[in-house]
Design a protein around this ligand. Sequence first.
Ligand SMILES: C[S@@+](CC[C@H](N)C(=O)[O-])C[C@H]1O[C@@H](n2cnc3c(N)ncnc32)[C@H](O)[C@@H]1O
Ligand code: SF4
Ligand code: SF4
Length: 358
Amino acid sequence: MNNSAGLGFFRNHLANRIFNSVKRPTYAYITITALCNSRCRYCDSWKNTVICEPDTDEWKGIIDELVRIGVVTLTFSGGEPFIRKDLFELASYARSQGLITMVVTNLSLFKESHIEKIAESFDFFGISIDSTQPEVYKEIRGVDWLERIKGNVRTLMAGLTELKAEVQVCGMVTISNRNAHEMHEILHLIFDDLGMDTISFNLLDSSGGTTAGELTPTEDQIQYCSRIISDHKSLYPISNSTRFLSQIGNFDYRCNPWKCVQINENGLLLSPCLFISGKPDIFPEGRKTDLCKNKLSDVWREQQKIYSQYADCKLCNLGCVAESAWSTYDLQFIIQDSFFGMIWPPMKRIHERNCRTG
Ligand SMILES: C[S@@+](CC[C@H](N)C(=O)[O-])C[C@H]1O[C@@H](n2cnc3c(N)ncnc32)[C@H](O)[C@@H]1O
Ligand code: SF4
Ligand code: SF4
């Protein structure tokens, strides 16, 4: 984490405690494209065909506005972000504006020629890997890609080590009833076999796709995963907070959805979040606002009421958007559990990775 990002986190924390009228969001999460080349059972993105997405300049305008309202980190998600030809241009632009840039990808479209661009454009590079077994990977993600993705990760890690790049490469694991028994093996794959920098676990959202419910882990499976991951936290640089792991499946913290600006593939601000804005029959106060036609800073100010209305909402686990460790005002917890428990161990590992070359 660079100094200006650290300052940004701190500035937002203080401003949000002192001034209550217009909140400063720290995170932004944009679905850069809805299209996808995979066929995951817990996500319906691959069924999307219609494209009406902002162009490069429109996304840059939205990025400028994110900076204006105080955002510190910007995650590019999808769909499969690598389908957008301007992904690196947009991420580099966001970085040049001072944002910490993140991406989550299935890594299927990766090429060796991307390595330098990845090093220049991203601070955090999340790669979804749900299993160590090709047949389980295929059962969860619908495509027989595990060996190919592992090969891509090895090429990427070797290239980043060669460049002494600071980008943090993270294995993203969605816990389901298909991989719950594999936690030990997944940790070994990510760290010992593939040499990645960190790992982040996320609990399956049963409403994330029409067949997602078939993969819902049982309570026992969730508790087992939580125990294995917690037991390994002192051995490996695991990116989940201890609070996230102790509460997994039964979260008990304020959502504070204003902490994370969510923008969909059409450039629409989802207020207060994807879930509420997507169910107008149940939550008529939710909004979708076109950011190609409206300035985000204006809309943000006008819609603060919607965000504060859902401060205590517990309808979803928010895991993939803003980890529970960040959804708190407790500065001591942020420094101890979040910085020393989540940020510092991967930084140390990246330093060691880069020291391996001459
Ligand atoms: C929506 S994907 C987009 C990025 C990219 N296509 C990928 O799969 O990495 C972002 C992350 O959300 C996770 N995800 C998708 N559907 C989910 C669900 N129903 N519950 C929990 N996580 C889910 C994926 O495993 C992935 O790690
Ligand atoms: S999880 Fe990612 S790879 Fe899988 S269908 Fe959804 S967007 Fe595509
Ligand atoms: S907990 Fe509620 S407000 Fe927060 S993201 Fe989930 S549905 Fe939205």
